[in-house]
Design a protein around this ligand. Structure first.
Ligand code: NAP
Ligand code: MG
Length: 398
């Protein structure tokens, strides 16, 4: 069989633990037999990050800016236990944070829907894609515990020394205060990413804040989205037959439960943190959740939403067959291959990505799946298989 040729490489970011094992299996069994794969390889496995003083992570992000499309394996974000386990010279930052700092951009997370794995919310028939603003607010806060009576103020000192003050509270006794911020640049970039992704995926865009209570802070988010929509996107949205819709966050939460899905839900940082966990667990499983970082610089990085599946890896090291669900990682690869195909005008590559996704879905819908899914499936013909046999079934469906 002739392999599908590629012109531009995909930036390949290898990772850690069980997902590193899945990574190699996906390439060897599902991609290399069919595609003349071109990648620029970066080993983001923790050992190599440590050896390179984390330079490899930065290099992989720079390469993504150069080539436009990356696919990333899950990686360990070191904590104290990992520093000891891997004998690290430093507690390296989260690779995702380092990459995001270079690419900027917004992460869009969407579930992979298959018949037989039903969302907890009965009405949900199509994916709900969650877009989380990943900068500022309570994640970059400053807090003070107030010991007793006194006056708390918000003070802004402009570059020329002028002060603006607002009273926060006249304390009669002990209390707490918190200062948060965001920047117009970051909110604008978030809004661009959301509008562009909605157009690209032809889905409605929802955005919600609490602007009735936060008349300056949240209202600024609302205004930025509104102004951008009116000035740059209204016509494009109308032509594409999609809608932009703003509402209060509590209204959005209530409505999401009653809709059938098929839209993008853009959230402020905290709302996105909380709601993405709610949406992904209600859709079934973290192992079926994809994630793509869309940068305002026009580049894309695809990955699975789950981590390195540490517990499975330790069992694998003790000799157990791989049994983890590779679907989200397969879809990270297909997402990258399809995007590469689209950017290069390589229809055969895009078609291959589509076919592989369809074969995966068909396999699960026929009842063949890994244990995490068979636990929650209501398919009466369910057959639990290990990762290798799951790949065999996908190949025969392909
Ligand atoms: P995890 O990898 O998300 O796995 C947590 C649990 O979820 C697993 O033990 C497993 O449950 C289930 N699970 C997740 N993905 C699965 C899959 N594909 N197939 C089957 N089951 C799956 O989280 P973790 O093990 O707590 O985190 C491990 C490492 O991942 C951490 O070092 C963290 O820093 C890193 N992490 C990386 C990323 C990223 O790179 N994007 C994201 C999150 C976490 P059972 O044990 O019940 O089978
Ligand atoms: Mg969370």
């Amino acid at each position: 069989m002739n392999k599908i040729p590629m012109t531009t490489p995909i930036v390949e970011m290898d990772g850690d633990e069980m997902t590193r094992i899945l990574w190699k299996m996906i390439k060897d069994e599902l991609i290399l037999p069919y595609v003349d794969l071109k990648t620029e390889y970066y080993d983001l496995g923790l050992e190599h990050r440590n050896e390179t003083g984390d330079q490899v992570t930065k290099d992989s992000a720079e390469a993504t800016l150069k080539y436009g499309v990356a696919v990333k394996c899950a990686t360990i974000t070191p904590n104290a236990a990992r520093v000891k386990e891997y004998n690290l010279s430093e507690m390296w930052k989260s690779p995702n944070a380092t990459i995001r700092a270079i690419l900027d951009g917004t992460v869009f997370r969407a579930p992979i829907i298959v018949k037989g794995i039903n969302p907890c919310v009965r009405n949900w028939k199509k994916p709900i894609t969650l877009a989380r603003h990943a900068y500022g607010d309570v994640y970059k806060n400053t807090e003070i515990k107030i010991p007793g009576a006194g006056k708390a103020e918000l003070v802004f000192t402009a570059a020329d020394g002028t002060e603006t003050r607002e009273l926060i509270h006249e304390f009669k006794g002990p209390g707490i205060i918190q200062g948060i911020h965001n920047t117009i640049a970051s909110i604008t970039s978030f809004a661009y990413a959301c509008f562009n992704y909605a157009l690209e995926t032809k889905q409605d865009l929802w955005f919600a804040t609490k602007d009735t209570i936060s008349k300056k802070y949240d209202h600024t988010f609302k205004d930025i989205f509104e102004d951008l929509y009116e000035s740059e996107y209204k016509d494009k949205f109308e032509k594409a037959g999609i809608k932009y819709f703003y509402t209060l966050i509590d209204d959005a939460v209530a409505r999401v439960m009653k809709e059938e899905g098929g839209f993008i839900w853009a959230c402020k940082n905290y709302d996105g943190d909380v709601m993405s966990d709610m949406v992904s667990s209600a859709f079934g499983s973290l192992s079926m959740m994809t994630s793509v970082l869309v940068s305002p610089k026009g580049v894309f990085e695809y990955e699975a939403a789950h981590g390195t599946i540490q517990k499975h890896y330790y069992r694998y090291l003790e000799g157990e067959e791989p049994k983890s669900n590779p679907v989200a990682t397969i879809f990270a690869w297909t997402g990258a291959l399809k995007k590469r195909g689209e950017l290069d005008g390589n229809a055969a590559l895009t078609e291959f990505g589509d076919k592989l996704e369809k074969a995966v879905i068909k396999t699960i819908e026929s009842g063949v799946m890994t244990a995490d899914l068979s636990r929650i499936s209501d398919n009466p013909n369910c057959k639990t298989v290990n990762t290798h046999d799951f790949f065999e079934a996908i190949k025969s469906n392909m």
